[in-house]
Ligand binder design. Structure first.
Ligand code: PLP
Length: 396
């Protein structure tokens, strides 16, 4: 059960720590000497419940999750989050206020765009508060986050059932440096955030969020599970709303499928239906590994250094590399770049592959290159890539 340490920069599914996978491989065959693998035991057994409870406790410790918030897991990935967040949060607002209000969206890349489109597809009212492509100078492209002074007036005095943002746009390499203050200041607005590609990469203040959603397959595990952290009062609001179905129907709020109803999932400790325990076990092993290595604060320092090294190497050759993302919102997880000279893309990739640097091709909608430097990608791997970036520019 060994492998050479990968230098894999794929955007997701992503590289995981080898030690985590080695432990998981053993546990897949024979978990705690039960004579059965962790994926074969009942999801309601004592051992499975322990995996659920322990993983939640480890995550709470890593992120300092306050008592006001609950942690749970669902299947379906980030895309299911787009729909489940919209319908659960629309219902919550009805439970809280007795009326309906649109979901507000801050669109800074293709994932927040998709989230808004999905809410609309469910016939829920949405309002795009800010679309970064339409900001002055953006020329219809993602790559910058307009200053909040440009759009804060769009929320002033208005009601929203929630305001949604994607903290790190995996495709476009755009990351919110911090939550917008004009939202944090609005106690009546629940902030809903997609942290699929930056969870546990940096410290965050959980108390500022209504809901956090994060697919597992980048920083915290394998595809198959999505992590949620939700303010408990929102769960109570949804329950209140669901008790008056006629009202929800009259307000045009769709029924949430039962497996994605947040209060139902939480009441059943994330095992209302069969939870993939093997996938969750891997997530917990990632959490334990991170705790052992010094937690999120330490990981954040390493990630900042990795980003400095790679952006530094690219910035050092402005005649050769083009970095389309504004410096103020460059992602520390997904470094997007293109070559200024045409016809060298294949050569760049094959030269990298010869050095065992893989997973660098950009998203099909953006082109060029994308180096995803998630938590499990080591500083050594990033340094190798940075050295290659420098050498390739000089040679070409
Ligand atoms: N949100 C973000 C930020 C993502 O990067 C992705 C996928 O890459 C998704 C949502 C969609 O996740 P899934 O493919 O699990 O539905």
């Amino acid at each position: 059960l060994d492998r050479e340490e990968p230098n894999y920069f794929g955007a997701g599914p992503a590289q995981l720590p080898t030690s985590v996978l080695q432990q998981a491989a053993k546990d897949l065959i024979n978990y705690k000497d039960l004579g059965l693998g962790v994926g074969e035991i009942s999801h309601r057994s004592k051992d499975a419940t322990e995996v659920i409870d322990n993983s939640k406790a480890h995550l709470r410790k890593l992120l300092n999750v306050p008592e006001t918030h609950e942690v749970f897991y669902m299947q379906g990935g980030g895309t299911t989050g787009f729909s489940s967040l919209a319908s659960n949060l629309a219902a919550a607002y009805v439970g809280r206020t007795g009326e309906a209000a649109p979901g507000g969206y801050l669109v800074t890349g293709s994932w927040s765009q998709k989230a808004e489109e999905e809410a609309k597809r469910l016939r829920l009212a949405t309002e795009v508060i800010m679309d970064a492509r339409k900001a002055p100078g953006a020329e219809g492209k993602f790559g910058a986050i307009p200053d909040e002074a440009q759009w804060a007036s769009r929320i002033a005095g208005k009601k929203f059932s929630y305001v949604y943002l994607c903290e790190n746009e995996t495709v476009h390499g755009v990351e919110w440096p911090a939550l917008p203050q004009c939202l944090v200041d609005r106690e009546d607005i629940e902030i809903v955030a997609d942290l699929s590609s930056d969870i546990l990469s940096r410290e965050v203040d959980i108390s500022q969020y209504g809901v956090i959603m994060a697919g597992a397959q980048k920083n915290i595990g394998l595809a198959g599970l999505t992590l949620y952290i939700i303010k408990k009062s929102i769960l109570e609001d949804i329950k209140k709303a669901e008790a008056d179905d006629a009202k929800l129907a009259a307000l045009g709020i769709p029924v949430t499928p039962i497996a994605f109803s947040y209060p139902t999932v939480v009441k059943n400790n994330s095992a209302y239906n069969t939870i993939p325990i093997f996938t969750l076990h891997i997530m917990d092993l990632v959490f334990q590994n991170l705790l052992k290595q010094g937690g999120v604060a330490h990981q954040q320092q390493v990630n900042e250094q990795k980003a400095r090294v790679l952006y530094g190497a690219l910035d050092a050759h402005p005649e050769f590399y083009n970095l389309p993302v504004d410096k103020g919102c460059r992602s520390k997880m997904n470094v997007v770049f293109t070559l200024k000279k045409e016809g060298l893309d294949e050569k760049f990739l094959s030269g990298a592959a010869a050095l065992k640097l893989t997973g660098l091709k950009g998203h099909r909608s953006v082109g060029g290159f994308r180096a995803s430097i998630y938590n499990a990608v080591s500083l050594e791997s990033v340094q190798k890539l940075a050295d290659y970036v420098a050498a390739f520019a000089k040679e070409n």
